[in-house]
Structure formats: structure tokens, C-alpha cells
Design a protein around this ligand. Sequence first.
Ligand code: NI
Length: 171
Amino acid sequence: MALLTIREIGDPILEKRAKEVKEMTPRLKELVKDMLETMYDANGVGLAAPQIGILKRIVVIDVSPEQNDPHVFINPVIIEQDGEQDGMEGCLSVPGKIGEVIRPAHVKTKAFDENMQPFEIEGTELFARCMCHEFDHLDGILYTTKTIGGLMDTDAPAEDEEDEEEDGEEE
Ligand code: NI
């Protein structure tokens, strides 16, 4: 296990499309474990492989308050989405910033797990937001291109309680 270096905005790898994983290898399994360790260490709720410099379609997410419910997505595809949610978003590759982004209220995803077993999963609220954000990374898209009203500093005084609560979720 090892902590990986998180690439930051301005690094061209964050704007490239990641490639499908064709088969799981011991090396890729190790990478998945390292991605989870890196995400937890950085207090993030999600991490995509391009963020650690690997152009493969691999994402890890854990939106549970105890950070004990990891989800691994290999080659994820959103197959259904509906509704709308408006909220603040951050990204481990864009430290110190947040921005308002509209995402679907509900998404259904199909993907493979770390054993290349297919599965489907649905999410709402933060989980839906996080899936959209992370899967965008696989297509070289940062949330900074989708914000309403640009980026704000996380250390800026919160406008109200609600904003304050939503700080700190970095994906
Ligand atoms: Ni991100």
C-alpha cells in the first residue's frame, strides 16, 4: 500500500480521456487499494485514476460518514439519470476551492468491480453528485468547467449554515 501523489489543476493529464480497463491484474488491484488509501488520507469522498496520473477508467468513492463503505468502479457508465440537485462541489485536484454545480438528483450506473464482476448501483444526493463528478474525470472534465458563478475559496466566510455544512467534501 502506498499513498499516491494527487495531480492538480493545470496538469494536462487531468484533461485527457482515460482508457477502458480490459482485464484486472494484480498490479491494478494494488492500484485500487492505493487509490482508496490516498482518498481516505486526503479526506476525499472520491478519486479517479487520472487524478493520480493513471489514464484508466477506475474510480473509488466512499460517501459514508464513517468512511467505511468503499465503492470501486471499473469502466463505469451512467445508464439512467433524472432530476436535478444544486450544490457546492470541491475536488482534491483543485485544493482550496469550491463551486456551485447542478447535477442529476438520481443516477444509475453500471460498472465492474475490482474482480471484474459487473454490477449496477443507484445513488441520490451526495452519492449521485460524486459519481457524476468522478466519472467526468475519466473524460478529462473538471467540475471547474461546470460551475455557476465560478470558484470560491474554501476559507472564505460561509454565506449561511448550509454552505458551511457542505464544505469539505472533496472529490
Ligand atoms: Ni475531482
